[in-house]
Design a protein around this ligand. Structure first.
Ligand code: AHM
Ligand code: MG
Length: 338
């Protein structure tokens, strides 16, 4: 944003003051499309608001006694953390108040939720999310994240729930929020990737990086090597190759944290098929697809074995996939072994 010298003097601003917030970025993007109704902007603003609420709940988790698990499992058969449920409710409430959202779908709910009926308003979008990815890290004060994907709602598809099952190439926006040593919001609307950091003193996400590009290569891989013996042979060969070529291993155990580091520093993130999860562990629609859109928009690559993840036609909301994503040269090194 331009600031005149007179204005700077008047308000004591310096050239170091960052005046681009996530909110102003969203509105500036909207202004590029004269026919835009602003519906997508409202949805992204709901994501920003939810992120601040979830961040504040995570910061106070120990103090408010909401760490640890509930006595219930989610639809994946995984033990729900108390904060999984709190984050899910926060997103459902914030997105539910936005008229442009027709359907929401969450890792924590078995079925997609129809928010608005046929006759109500301007029902344009489907929003899918993983409310608190890597939530098992919470008890140890580790990084966690929220991942989201936005699709257009196709009214012609029947039953309406099937409108959710679109391949990742059709996403109109995708992003994640990393709750780490600071709170970071990474967003793409299909024209590059931008990064914002929450300034807690003013309660706004400020832009820190525009049109982020992933390094082309970097000798780092990120995967749960504890599963190595049950990886298909190609992945084991890749590990042999990487370890003989001076690669480093980094693994936080939360996809958002691991992929964020790779987006900034380069490398490759892998979750191969294993004996326990023969189709891979990560969920296609609200984990792999949005992260793949971000990685590709930043100049990286993202595959499930030899197939581009964004082209997979989903058959089920909670479908799983294997994942190889990151710097283009590093993904190629893995693919060469498969
Ligand atoms: P979650 O969505 O239930 O938290 O699980 C997904 C997480 C990812 O964040 C992470 O990459 C992966 O599971 C870690 O799995 P593992 O513990 O098998 O290494
Ligand atoms: Mg998850």
């Amino acid at each position: 944003m331009e600031t005149t010298p007179a204005l700077k003097a008047q308000h004591h601003l310096t050239s170091h003051d960052n005046l681009t917030t996530l909110q102003s970025h969203i509105l500036a993007e909207e202004a590029k499309y004269p026919n835009s109704t602003g519906t997508l902007s409202w949805i992204l603003s709901a994501m920003s608001f939810s992120a601040k609420m979830i961040a504040s709940k995570i910061r106070r988790a120990r103090l408010n006694d909401v760490l640890g698990s509930l006595d219930s499992d989610n639809v994946q058969g995984e033990r729900q953390q108390k904060l999984d449920v709190i984050a899910n409710e926060t997103l459902l409430r914030c997105l539910g108040s936005r008229a442009g959202v027709a359907i929401v779908a969450s890792e924590e709910n078995e079925e997609p939720i129809m928010l608005r009926t046929e006759t109500e308003g301007d029902r344009k979008y489907v929003v899918l999310f993983d409310p608190l990815d890597g939530s098992a890290n919470l008890d140890a004060c580790g990084a966690v994240g929220t991942i989201f994907s936005v699709l257009r709602h196709d009214r012609r598809v029947m039953p309406v729930e099937r409108s959710v099952l679109q391949p990742g190439v059709r996403q109109v926006a995708a992003g994640y929020i990393l709750y780490g040593s600071s709170v970071v919001f990474v967003l793409t609307t299909g024209t590059g990737v931008d990064m914002f950091v929450l300034d807690p003193s003013i309660g706004a996400f400020l832009e820190v990086e525009e049109n982020l590009r992933i390094p082309t290569k970097s000798k780092n891989y990120s995967m749960n090597e504890g599963n190595r013996k049950s990886f298909p042979t190609g992945y084991q060969n890749y590990l042999d190759w990487a370890q003989s070529n001076g690669y480093s291993s980094r693994y936080a155990g939360a996809m958002v944290a691991d992929v964020h580091r790779i987006l900034l520093k380069g490398g490759v993130f892998l979750y191969p098929p294993t004996a326990k999860a023969p189709k891979g562990k990560l969920r296609l629609m609200y984990e792999a697809n949005p992260m793949s859109m971000i990685i590709e928009q930043a100049g990286g690559k993202s595959f499930a074995d030899k197939q581009r993840i964004l082209e997979i036609q989903p058959e089920d909301l909670h479908q799983r996939t294997s994942v190889i994503m990151g710097s283009p040269d590093e993904v190629d090194h893995v693919l060469a072994q498969l």
